[in-house]
Design a protein around this ligand. Structure first.
Ligand SMILES: Nc1nc2c(c(=O)[nH]1)N[C@H]1C(S)=C(S)[C@@H](COP(=O)(O)O)O[C@H]1N2
Ligand SMILES: [Mo]
Length: 223
């Protein structure tokens, strides 16, 4: 990664919290050892339902103003995309309702998101034949990775609103990605760069013991 592409951690990461979660991964905490069936059940194995909307991050909530926010889609694409928030909001709008499943065991039903479908942006950027993975980078320095297939699913969107109101900063505003079929650490907040890659590039939690894919129905908490 060259300097132009580097997104430094913008503040003091809560090292203690990161360590605790890494320990949990090492110990295999929270694992029930069962699989779930999404066609029959709504709550994946080992999860419990909450009504509130917990906030989880590295302890740094970057203050990205609407004027400063940019979204870049680059790497193995025929037509790199660079958007301001105004340009992003002028794209065809999508609405999605989905359930959230966090690896720390909470699930939240019926989240209403508004934004731009991932597929809309991929049609603009036109991934090259050899692109197989995406690496996502955020304004707090957080990264995560997805296969292109997991990223390109119909239900995924870059969301700027939740429950009919602009997405709050603590939940990733101005814009976050929402990938509801995987644990929520695969849904980066304050996202700014999507890089299409030939080889997979594990992100922040993936190199700290979390599973590379994170399917809640298979209980893929740790790798
Ligand atoms: N940029 C960024 N995105 C992130 C995180 C983070 O630390 N930084 N944490 C992830 C994790 S572990 C979870 S569970 C969800 C939490 O989203 P929420 O705070 O809106 O509930 O965001 C994910 N996206
Ligand atoms: Mo999480």
């Amino acid at each position: 990664m060259d300097d132009e592409n580097a997104v430094p951690l913008t503040g003091k990461v809560r090292d203690k919290l990161v360590e605790t979660k890494q320990d949990w991964a090492r110990e295999g905490r929270l694992l029930t050892g069962t699989h779930g069936d999404p066609t029959r059940d709504r709550l994946p194995p080992g999860q419990r339902l909450v009504q509130d909307f917990p906030v989880l991050d590295l302890g740094v909530q970057p203050d990205v103003t609407p004027a400063n926010w940019r979204l870049r889609i680059e790497g193995l694409v025929a037509a790199p995309v660079r958007l301001t928030l105004e340009e992003f909001r002028a794209l065809p709008q999508a609405e999605r309702r989905n359930d959230i499943h966090c690896v720390t065991q909470w699930s939240r039903y019926d989240n209403d998101w508004q934004g731009v479908a991932v597929r809309t942006l991929l049609e603009m950027a036109r991934p090259k034949e050899e692109a197989r993975f995406v690496s996502l980078t955020c304004y707090d320095g957080y990264t995560t990775n997805l296969s292109l297939d997991d990223f390109a699913r119909e239900e995924n969107l870059f969301a700027h609103a939740w429950a009919g109101a602009p997405l709050e900063r603590r939940h990733g505003g101005p814009v976050r990605l929402v990938v509801p079929h995987l644990y929520f650490w695969k849904s980066p907040k304050w996202v700014t760069r999507v890089e299409l890659l030939r080889e997979d590039r594990p992100g922040f939690w993936e190199v700290r013991g979390y599973h590379n894919r994170g399917d809640p129905w298979m209980e893929e908490r740790y790798g």
